[in-house]
Ligand binder design. Structure first.
Ligand code: ITT
Length: 198
């Protein structure tokens, strides 16, 4: 019986969402850093699902725990689904998001609202000792606004707007974002799949 879940991420923002949603599985949830695992994993898959599996399997080799990993990103339809799986590397890994977001806004200048559709995608993979790997996908549909708004969240949140609320996901509280986000939806699917087998 594994008592721990290790989530293969170095992103502290993700860990907050993960702990809130998977907390009721009754397992200790650790980030890779908290578990003392320091790996540089090459995410060379061609889909979110492949990359999530690559990360989960790589970490699972180094521990005897349930390992979860996600790969997520923003797909903008007008830009042929860019930045997609390259979301964190778009315009350079270390480029501040104010600049990355402004670059995307510039590329969409003059494009009408109905052609600014976009979605956040999150694939989560689970490597459970002795079981077949599990992969799930969650999404949230929205559109790219005309300007950044909001201070919450991270990454592309200030430019990603939720149609029925007409505000960006950076203007939502963490609870409001979790309730509808791609990662929230994927984590809830994963929680249902895991709860019977762990
Ligand atoms: P790990 O690989 O260590 O988990 P990461 O930040 O590089 O951290 P990803 O490879 O999954 O994570 O890249 C996802 C990128 O997509 C992330 O850096 C953001 O730019 C964007 N993204 C994903 N989820 C997001 C969200 O909820 N809000 C805003 N941007 C998000």
């Amino acid at each position: 019986m594994n008592k721990k879940i290790i989530f293969a991420t170095g992103n502290e923002h993700k860990m907050i969402e993960i702990r809130q949603i998977l907390g009721d599985l009754g397992k200790e949830i650790l980030s890779m850093k908290e578990a003392g695992i320091d790996l540089d994993i090459v995410e060379d898959g061609t889909t979110f699902e492949e990359n999530a599996l690559i990360k989960a399997k790589a970490v699972a080799k180094h521990c005897d725990a349930i390992v979860l990993a996600d790969d997520s990103g923003l797909e903008i339809d007008y830009l042929n689904k860019e930045p997609g799986i390259y979301s964190s590397r778009y315009a350079g890994e270390d480029t501040p998001y104010e600049i990355k977001n402004q670059m995307l806004l510039d590329r969409l200048k003059g494009v009408p609202r109905e052609q600014r559709t976009a979605r956040f995608v999150c694939a989560i993979a689970a490597a459970v000792p002795g079981k077949d790997p599990i992969v799930v996908r969650g999404t949230i549909e929205g559109y790219i606004g005309d300007q950044p708004a909001g201070e919450n969240g991270f990454g592309y949140d200030p430019i990603f707007y939720v149609p029925d609320l007409n505000c960006s996901t950076a203007e939502l509280s963490p609870e409001e974002k979790n309730a509808r986000s791609h990662r929230g939806n994927a984590l809830r699917l994963m929680r249902e799949k895991l709860k019977d087998i762990i």
